[in-house]
Design a protein around this ligand. Structure first.
Ligand SMILES: *[C@@H]1O[C@H](CO)[C@@H](O)[C@H](O)[C@H]1NC(C)=O
Ligand SMILES: *[C@@H]1O[C@H](CO)[C@@H](O)[C@H](O)[C@H]1NC(C)=O
Ligand SMILES: *[C@@H]1O[C@H](CO)[C@@H](O)[C@H](O)[C@H]1NC(C)=O
Ligand SMILES: [Ca+2]
Length: 389
């Protein structure tokens, strides 16, 4: 694994490097810098080994949502009184730590559902250059798995009560945990949750070297930044593509040709995933997704009879691609009327364009400059007026 050095990627990223020179100063530490860091240092850096001392586990229970006890695989006595509850593990991503802002929110929502929650801090291995942290995920997963196996074998916690939830690189860690549990016990975890699992360097790995659809019985995936920092394609057994899965309302588009105009973190889309999931746990009825083949079909209401699943439903056994829309501010399930109207206008524009394409095929007539200037909504209104008199 450690030999799997990304020399190839370095060459591929030369193109990005030029673009990165224009990144504004405040963003230099952002996720995007992974490409440059990987390129400059791939031959100079030796990865430090990951040991159990690099990973800290904080146990929270319903008795006091604000108080934790630290546990480790050799000291699980504090867990005994809770051995009949479900256990969720929260696992952050690159450059993260236990202060990850989403931990508290998901933890509190899960405590209310009767879970005990273990916040995992793997900050040292997570704060290396990206490609090294991405390789560290495998060893981090091994150490977390060792603790889960102790919980299971010594404390009698059934594997069906274990729920790993990871964001970004943590999304692949939960996959490796599921696979390792299966290797050790011949049993699969019932569910793992990957929140915008990392794309860079993983999208070129074969399926057995990353999260995949056999990592657990249900591999529950939320996509928010596919193609940039997140994994773009279907990777689980149930994949939720929020707002299409690659860009989120209220986040600016990442435009490599025009990075100077960007003032917010480039990873806004990517960071949205755990907060959407937190809300989906608290308000399951506000996060109902629809099974559909594509975002375009979903937007054109072609899947209205399709199956519906709540994104926060931790018991669903459904398979496939699911789509839903959200708004741009918290709570994200609120979609402003203004946004809806814009969306609707865009849709109409498309339909009108398609219509004129068809018209061109048949009669070779182009949309008139006059109609273009009016805008699609007005054109439709005018046409309707003509028809109904
Ligand atoms: C893990 O901890 C050891 C000692 O505490 C340290 O030397 C090592 O660099 C750490 N590993 C990583 C990957 O940070
Ligand atoms: C998923 O990864 C595991 C572990 O590497 C591998 O055994 C399994 O075949 C992979 N599943 C798929 C569908 O590729
Ligand atoms: C996993 O994905 C592979 C292809 O990527 C597919 O052939 C297989 O049916 C999937 N298995 C499950 C359990 O979804
Ligand atoms: Ca994006």
């Amino acid at each position: 694994m450690k030999r799997f050095f990304p020399t190839v990627f370095v060459i591929c990223f030369i193109g990005y490097i030029d673009a990165l020179n224009v990144i504004p100063e405040p963003l230099k530490d952002d996720f995007f810098a992974i490409y440059r860091k990987a390129a400059v240092t791939s031959r100079e850096i030796q990865a430090a080994p990951v040991t159990p001392s690099n990973i800290t586990f904080y146990l929270f229970t319903k008795d006091d949502p604000n108080k934790y006890v630290r546990i480790n695989k050799d000291d699980l006595q504090r867990v005994s009184p809770y051995k009949n509850s479900k256990f969720a593990f929260l696992i952050h991503g690159w450059t993260g730590d236990r202060e990850a802002t989403w931990y508290t929110e998901i933890k509190d929502n899960l405590l209310k559902k009767g879970y005990a929650v273990i916040e995992v801090d793997w900050k040292e291995p997570a704060n290396e250059f990206y490609y090294i942290s991405s390789i560290n995920t495998y060893d981090v997963a091994k150490i977390i798995t060792d603790l889960i196996l102790e919980l299971h074998q010594r404390q009698g916690v059934p594997l069906k009560n274990i729920l790993p939830i990871g964001h970004s690189l943590g999304g692949h860690i939960v996959g490796f945990i599921g696979q390792k549990i299966y290797e050790h016990t011949d049993q699969k975890l019932p569910r793992i949750v990957a929140l915008d699992p990392a794309g860079p360097l993983f999208d070129v790995r074969p399926a057995d070297k990353r999260l995949n659809n056999t990592s657990a019985d249900v591999v529950h995936v939320v996509h928010t930044d596919g193609g940039t920092f997140g994994y773009k394609d279907v990777i689980g057994t149930i994949d939720f593509f929020v707002n299409g899965g690659s860009s989120q309302p209220g986040c600016k588009r990442v435009d490599l040709a025009d990075l100077k105009t960007i003032t917010e973190p480039l990873s806004c889309d990517h960071r949205r995933a755990p907060f959407l999931f937190a809300e989906a746990l608290a308000f399951p009825h506000e996060y109902v997704a629809q099974k559909c083949d594509s975002w375009d079909d979903f937007k054109e209401n072609k899947c209205q009879n399709g199956e519906k699943v709540a994104m926060g439903d931790l018991n669903s056994r459904s398979h496939g691609k699911f789509y839903l829309k959200t708004g741009k501010d918290r709570p994200f399930f609120k979609i402003e009327e203004e946004e809806e109207k814009k969306e609707a206008e865009k849709e109409v524009e498309k339909i009108v364009e398609k219509g004129t394409d068809k018209a061109q095929d048949g009669r070779n007539n182009r949309p008139s400059e006059e109609n273009k200037a009016k805008g699609p909504l007005q054109v439709i209104k005018d046409k309707t007026r003509q028809i109904i008199g």
